[in-house]
Write a protein that binds this ligand. Structure first.
Ligand code: HEC
Length: 219
């Protein structure tokens, strides 16, 4: 009787050993193992870049409809050509009111983005010019150039020859604030009157500022 129980036990032990060896030997560390409760890993919703037949083109991530405009982005109709620049100089004017705050922010942004080339005074003597890293930076008082608000905004949108575009670094409001500062630098260089800040902020500026704030919060 005793020997039979012993034999049964040794069978059980042998079986357990064999089973363990089989299970362990089948594990492949280079592949994902068994998933318990796969719902935890495989979401029920569509993956952003997943492939699904129900979407046109088979991809979940689709291109926006033609003509879509990103939030907080304003269409800019002047083309990136010499004619476009001249047209902007002739027609486009600064839509935002001059305030202490807009001038201060314009100066701050100008010193960040533009002063390396154009110089803090706008005389074309930025640090890169002094170190001879770049050539051909005009002074804003260059008598051979028509420098006005429309043109300053336009070159920020598209750049001009070796000057790059600032359309992705700054938003519409900021570009107009920089433009105010540039016009003040030009006036200082030429000894003409500066832009006079208004004491009250016009409602349009507030609308523009709130619109930009809300887009900033989404990023
Ligand atoms: C990498 C150097 C560089 C930086 C930075 C730069 N610019 Fe320029 N900018 C140039 C050069 C070069 C020109 C002359 C382009 C030409 O006429 O071929 C120029 C020309 C201009 C002009 C004259 C356009 C005209 O109608 O003749 C304005 C205005 C101007 N820049 C404004 C800005 C503002 C505002 C910023 C900052 C947002 C800026 N630039 C940043 C290099 C730069």
């Amino acid at each position: 009787m005793k020997t039979i129980t012993n034999m049964k036990n040794s069978f059980r032990i042998a079986f357990l050993i064999v089973a363990t060896v089989m299970m362990v030997s089948c594990a492949d560390s280079s592949r994902p193992n068994y998933q318990y409760m796969p719902n935890m890993y495989e979401p029920v919703g569509y993956e952003t870049y997943g492939e699904y037949d129900i979407f046109p083109g088979g991809l979940e991530a689709m291109l926006p409809a033609e003509g879509s405009i990103p939030r907080g982005w304003q269409p800019y109709d002047y083309p990136n050509t010499t004619d476009g620049l001249n047209l902007a100089k002739a027609e486009l004017s600064n839509p935002i009111p001059v305030t202490e705050a807009s001038l201060a922010n314009g100066k701050k942004l100008y010193d960040i983005y533009c002063a390396v080339c154009h110089g803090e005074k706008g005389d074309g003597q930025g640090i890169l010019v002094q170190r001879e890293k770049i050539l051909g930076i005009p002074s804003y008082a260059d008598p051979g150039r028509l420098i006005n608000s429309g043109g300053v905004y336009h070159v920020q949108m598209y750049g001009l020859n070796s000057m790059g575009s600032y359309a992705s670094q700054t938003n519409e409001l900021e570009r107009w604030q920089i433009t105010q500062h540039v016009m003040n630098l030009k006036a200082t260089l030429e000894g003409t009157p500066l832009l006079a800040p208004q004491s009250e902020v016009a409602p349009e500026l507030e609308i523009m500022e709130t619109a930009h704030d809300s887009t900033a919060a989404e990023h």
